[in-house]
Design a protein around this ligand. Structure first.
Ligand code: AMP
Ligand code: MN
Ligand code: MN
Length: 325
């Protein structure tokens, strides 16, 4: 896991020399982007900088234990001046939703990301697709910038790594991932506290939703593709929030014999969010890209501007074709 030193040093210099920072994660946030937003917010505050930390869809309850999360806002007032915008885990500016314009009006953009398509529009590009989480790259940057990794920063970065590796279960895990995690634990992060907050504390609504979603599971006759769907009615029945669908798709992929697992989520505006997961190196992001989405080779997503049943048909057909049957 190595990034060229030059962009790291340019970014480190910007952290030290500039004053007003805008830090933004992606829509539909996960532990990696929120861990990075909070870690950067803490680090910049400690350097005495002015920082606005933004998560366009807020901070889901699960991640509200993260230090600094209470200061994360959902939007920035038009015209607020910044010297530097930093986007984390975004694979492009359009994943920042309504905050995109504020980022574009800033002259200096740092992109920190581990998605293969990230970094196209930045002044400084810290993109390394072999990193398990964006948090790993951020740790490298902090070291180059001489920022001390205290317990709070370590907690944020370990949350980023734990969540994006599915608790060290996914194929993005390498020996270096464990070394980084060990370093963060030595710096004060508590794996049991993180696990208790992220995995061992489930809301009633998300547990109910998990049951409703899993009861819809179907597979193709040969079992190679499995999918489940969440309708707006099920969202209402469980009183769950959109964020509480995180992780459900992993149950779908875990069905024995499944090569591709899909989760369809009906949105309110006749659109459908699709989570795509594969295994054994099958690059399912190719299918997500056909629908204007993106992501990693084995964990990708897209939004199809069609109602749930239509979207299911379209994406299933595309996956079938792509798998050669
Ligand atoms: P999800 O299935 O939402 O957990 O997302 C899996 C991966 O796909 C993440 O890396 C996301 O950043 C990416 N992703 C999800 N939805 C989209 C989208 N509409 N466009 C681009 N990338 C997406
Ligand atoms: Mn993410
Ligand atoms: Mn990530």
């Amino acid at each position: 896991m190595n990034l060229n030193n030059e962009p790291l040093e340019t970014a480190a210099k910007a952290l030290r020399s500039k004053t007003r920072f805008l830090v933004v994660g992606h829509v539909n946030p996960d532990g990696d982007c929120l861990g990075c937003v909070c870690a950067l917010g803490i680090a910049l505050q400690r350097l005495g900088k002015s920082v606005v930390a933004v998560s366009p869809d807020g901070v889901p309850e699960t991640y509200q234990f993260l230090p600094l999360s209470e200061s994360v806002v959902q939007s920035v007032a038009d015209g607020t001046p910044f010297d530097v915008a930093i986007i984390v885990d975004c694979e492009g500016l359009d994943r920042t939703g309504p905050v995109e314009q504020s980022i574009r009006s800033c002259d200096f953009l740092i992109e920190i990301d581990h998605h293969p398509g990230g970094g196209r529009e930045s002044s400084v590009c810290l993109v390394n697709p072999s990193a398990a989480a964006t948090g790993e790259i951020l740790l490298q940057l902090f070291k180059v910038a001489g920022i001390r990794i205290d317990g709070d920063i370590a907690t944020c970065l370990l949350v980023a790594i734990v969540t994006d590796t599915g608790s060290f279960r996914f194929s993005n895990v390498q020996s270096s991932t464990f070394r980084t995690a060990a370093e963060l634990v030595e710096a004060g992060a508590s794996p049991s506290e993180i696990a208790r907050n992220v995995y061992e504390t489930r809301s009633y609504s998300s547990t109910k939703l998990l049951g409703l979603a899993l009861s819809t599971i179907r597979t193709t006759a040969d079992g190679r593709i499995a999918w489940a769907s969440i309708s707006q009615q099920q969202m209402a029945e469980s009183s769950a929030s959109g964020a509480e669908t995180e992780g459900i798709v992993n149950y779908v992929r875990a069905v024995r014999g499944t090569e591709v697992g899909l989760l369809f989520r009906e949105a309110t505006n006749n659109a459908t969010h699709v989570s795509l997961r594969s295994r054994d190196g099958l690059d399912i992001s190719q299918v997500a890209r056909l629908f204007g989405g993106g992501g990693h080779s084995m964990a990708a997503g897209c939004t199809v501007e069609r109602p749930l049943t239509d979207a299911e048909g379209l994406v299933l057909d595309a996956v079938r074709k792509w798998m050669g049957f």
